[in-house]
Design a protein around this ligand. Structure first.
Ligand SMILES: [Zn+2]
Length: 86
């Protein structure tokens, strides 16, 4: 995906806000999941609201919430597991 964005002429530092370079995705940890639809429409499905309210009970967190400190694009469909005390 990154190669495709760069091929359109998008600057690297802009492109990596949208897709991780090879080897840097949370998915390689085996702890990240993408729900469907895996796009901005996920914010409008009931499952997203359920996750916002209950995912922490199961040690899941939204990796790139709206306005995240890292400056990454909002990915409401992308969540990760982190060990917690519940
Ligand atoms: Zn993902």
């Amino acid at each position: 995906m990154l190669e495709g964005l760069l091929a359109t002429g998008r600057p690297f530092l802009n492109a990596v806000r949208w897709t991780a370079p090879p080897g840097y995705s949370e998915h390689i940890t085996g702890r990240a999941v993408d729900f469907v639809p895996s796009d901005a429409d996920f914010k409008d499905v009931p499952a997203y609201q359920w996750l916002k309210e209950r995912a922490a009970d199961f040690c899941f967190t939204e990796s790139y919430p709206l306005g995240n400190a890292g400056g990454f694009e909002w990915e409401p469909w992308h969540w990760r597991y982190e060990e917690c005390d519940e």
